[in-house]
Design a binder for this molecule. Structure first.
Ligand code: CP
Length: 317
């Protein structure tokens, strides 16, 4: 495996292999000295054309914990604002000896373009391209659920028998598109619920059941996991919801809906959260919430991805 562009490229076996390596990385991250020499001499570039807190920082930390050199490139404040193209930017990074480029870009398919362009020799990792995919988010989400369900050491385990409900702004969500694929690849039954204006434009190409009433879906399907999606105002060019108040009432995980869930239901959100809109703080800060576990597990999962793509046959123990 040279690139990670889409979770659709990963079989169940390959997905579980990455989660199992992430378990080992998680153990490394619990040590006093959280460092492995595995990627010493390698250079990893974070090439971010869109804002990010969690993904960029956790990729940086993951690469540093594997002893790689890290270059952080943000389009804001770079020569991109002077009109430099993706091709020229990529070739500049190549000239500096990048072994891997981690790209976040507002255009769907940009990671695939970079990987297939021949502009760079190194690996390409998709850190979120438009509304298309966010593969490492889906892997860290699956890792987080597996850890909550199966405990500390869960090597080899899939998510068979699990019911996952993904709620909200599916139309604009690369997180949802990747999550549906990864959870279903691992054997989970995936359900999605959204207002008609924010449903996926091509629902039949996903292995999930689509619904339009959150109240009914929670009552009938009784999901084990509820993943709330961020309402992506920045990708909305017109009005998709009547008002924030209405959205919170009809589509939000508000106090009433949250307290009606069994205590075993796992609550997820990829962040950043719009508190009071798609999720109430009572749910976000509850014991059932794994929002911060998702963040910390992101480091272990991204270490696993970098290890798999860049280590060759170097040992990681
Ligand atoms: N979940 C996620 O992608 O968060 P950031 O935008 O902060 O990276």
């Amino acid at each position: 495996m040279k690139h990670l562009l889409s979770v659709r490229d990963l079989s169940a076996h390959e997905t579980i292999e990455i989660l199992d390596i992430a378990e080992e990385m998680h153990e490394v991250n619990s040590r006093d000295v959280k460092k492995l020499p595995t990627l010493r001499g390698k250079t990893v570039v974070n090439l971010f054309y869109e804002d990010s807190t969690r993904t960029r920082i956790s990729f940086e930390l993951a690469a540093k914990r594997l002893s790689a050199d890290v270059i952080n490139f943000s389009a804001k404040g770079s020569s991109v604002s002077k009109g430099e193209s993706l091709r020229d930017t990529a070739q500049t990074l190549e000239a500096m000896g990048a072994d891997a480029v981690i790209i976040r870009h507002p255009a769907s398919g940009s990671a695939n373009v970079l990987a297939g362009s021949g502009w760079i020799d190194g690996s390409v990792i998709n850190a979120g391209d438009g509304t298309h995919e966010h593969p490492t988010q889906a892997l860290l989400d699956a890792f987080t659920v597996r850890k909550r369900l199966h405990g500390k050491v869960s090597a080899g385990k899939d998510l068979s028998g699990l019911k996952v409900l993904i709620v909200g702004d599916l139309l604009h969500s690369r997180v949802a598109r990747s999550a549906i694929t990864t959870f279903s690849t691992l054997g989970a039954e995936v359900h999605c619920v959204a207002p008609p204006t924010l449903m996926l434009s091509n629902p039949s190409s996903f292995n999930a059941q689509m619904h339009y009433s959150l109240t009914d879906t929670l009552a009938i399907e009784k999901p084990d996991v509820v993943m709330m999606l961020r309402v992506q105002h920045e990708r909305m060019s017109s009005s998709f919801i009547p008002s924030e108040k209405e959205y919170a009432k009809i589509w939000g995980l508000n106090k009433e809906r949250f307290t009606g869930l069994p205590e075993s239901t796992i609550i997820m959100h990829p962040g950043p959260m719009n508190r009071g809109l798609e999720i109430d703080s009572l749910a976000a800060d509850s014991k059932q919430s794994v929002v911060l576990e998702q963040v910390s597990n992101g480091v272990s999962v991204r270490m696993a991805v970098l290890f798999k793509l860049l280590s060759g046959d170097r040992a990681h123990g």
